[in-house]
Design a protein around this ligand. Structure first.
Ligand SMILES: CC(C)(COP(=O)(O)OP(=O)(O)OC[C@H]1O[C@@H](n2cnc3c(N)ncnc32)[C@H](O)[C@@H]1OP(=O)(O)O)[C@@H](O)C(=O)NCCC(=O)NCCS
Length: 154
């Protein structure tokens, strides 16, 4: 009987060498993507940056800032071809685990009101809307508000 070896997604610390692939994904899935400099600055600042890979393929990534008992999820992304396979949920769970391990008691993030996919994901995890930042995001016509969401981690 032959064994079937199944490959599982691996979470790896993001490094400068990942940024070509990260940017290739970022520029496809966002109307207003982060720049390479935004990712490089996050790495230099010591933020918790991770990539999710299946074999050599990049599935997604996150950038998390943790300070003073609070965590802020700055970027959570799954490549277009890999969405709706549970990877976003897996990655969000990993980000929560990293936040907890760094002593965060609460996780914050911003999301566009127009981003119903992300909002559905966050709602499933129990995030609640706590504020609106007016005109926070650039948009095709003017600016778009941000919903500020929070999840207690205790
Ligand atoms: C938001 C995002 C991270 C979700 O990743 P994903 O791997 O597709 O998510 P999952 O497969 O784990 O989906 C979990 C749940 O989220 C919700 N969801 C995800 N994508 C959805 C969509 N397109 N429409 C509606 N609900 C959606 C569903 O409730 C889904 O559960 P279900 O598939 O059982 O219905 C991904 O769509 C993405 O990277 N989008 C572009 C970047 C982005 O918007 N990031 C968030 C910025 S705040």
């Amino acid at each position: 009987m032959s064994a079937v070896l199944k490959d599982f997604p691996r979470l790896v610390v993001m490094a400068e060498r990942d940024l070509d692939e990260v940017m290739a994904t970022e520029c496809v899935i966002y109307s207003h993507p982060w720049t390479r400099g935004n990712f490089a600055d996050s790495l230099r600042a010591g933020y918790e940056c991770r990539v999710l890979r299946l074999g050599r393929e990049l599935l997604g990534y996150f950038v998390l800032m943790v300070a003073a008992g609070e965590a802020h999820l700055l970027n959570l992304s799954i490549g277009a071809a890999h969405q709706r396979n549970g990877h976003g949920s897996g990655l969000l769970g990993e980000a929560m685990g990293v936040a907890r391990s760094q002593g965060a008691r609460s996780l914050f993030l911003e999301v566009r009101p127009s981003n119903s996919a992300a909002q559905a994901l966050y709602t499933r995890f129990g995030f609640r809307k706590i504020a609106v930042r007016r005109g926070y995001y650039p948009a095709h016509a003017g600016r778009e508000d941000a919903l500020v969401l929070n999840l207690p981690l205790a």
